[in-house]
Design a protein around this ligand. Sequence first.
Ligand SMILES: Nc1ncnc2c1ncn2[C@@H]1O[C@H](COP(=O)(O)OP(=O)(O)O)[C@@H](O)[C@H]1O
Ligand SMILES: [Mg+2]
Length: 377
Amino acid sequence: MNDVLRLPAERRLADELDALRAHDRDPRPPGWRLSPRAVETFILGSNGRAYEFERDGAPARAVISRKFYGDDLLVQRAIVTLASDRGLLLVGEPGTAKSWLSEHLAAAVSGDSLLTIQGSAGVTEDQIKYSWNYALLLAEGPSLRALVPAPLYLGMRAGKVVRFEEITRAPHEVQDTLLSCMSDKVLTVPELPGDDGVVLARRGFNVIGTANTRDRGVNEMSSALKRRFNFETVPPVEDLNDEVRIVREQVTTMLRGTTAEGALLGDDVLELLVTTFHEIRAGRTVDGVKLDRGGAVMSTAEAVAVGYQSALFASFFGRGRVEPEHVAIHLAGAAAKEGGDDLKVLRNYWEVAVKPRAARELGLWKAYYKARSALKG
Ligand SMILES: Nc1ncnc2c1ncn2[C@@H]1O[C@H](COP(=O)(O)OP(=O)(O)O)[C@@H](O)[C@H]1O
Ligand SMILES: [Mg+2]
């Protein structure tokens, strides 16, 4: 599996899930692989506690890592919603871990995060419910054999969580195919006679949708469909130290098994990087100085990307240690997607926030300030 770019959560974290299952004494909602408490531990971590379990007959131990930082109550509410008869809609700015949370919730609850529909203007009902193997359909007419099930069909039949990413980007009529499936918990295949044409959702079935507030149309979801969901707004990470932790963990994971694995992303550089994102996002520095704020998405996800690319750069073209300059070089590409105005935001940051700190000879800020030539558009 060494050549796989990224494993789904249930495979990547199979040890953690097995360990939790081995210790799970609490009742599980019907159709769930874990109890609500164990799902919570999977998402919020075990605080260093190691769980013993058996891996292929041999004793093993696993510490449950923290996956989501921020509002623990949000995670608990999300778990409650999933056990109820309503879907869960995670709403928020891009890069706030909506997809990340949805993947890990699905992995914990159903052991399967791959029943995923990607919402887009081009998504069709076929891609959500089912389509046909047309060769078989023409040869034999409609039959279960000729039916090609899509995620919603599969999730209802197996009693699993189905993920609908960026749901508000999908056309209305496609969104609304969810309606009957979510309220009546039944999916019909009119072409098939009798029981073959009726899929009754098994317990454990539910839907996690995600929606970006930056996309137009969050409000355009039909009110009927809105009523089928509980909405949870996922805020950007508020605590600087949490964000440092997220970026460090993510970058370390991403580098694992690559030629850049040994690249060093020190805490001091990490702090520069995260502070930059944090302050521009907030529109002011921690000392209270006002900053320009453009349309650039300064999300944690982008901070992870800049950290990762800086580490690769340091490994390929530097001395293996990420320098402030490497961060500046990659910031422009990550943050300045809309071109000039976004670059202006960065340059303003260098003038207003970086320069005074450099003048006070604070840590690496001086080197960071020197790297401002990387921000020329
Ligand atoms: N609160 C958070 N806790 C943990 N990781 C976070 C958090 N916010 C952002 N991240 C990181 O940023 C990434 C967010 O990406 P993603 O889930 O694709 O965002 P979204 O779907 O909200 O646009 C995740 O991979 C995660 O590593
Ligand atoms: Mg997403």
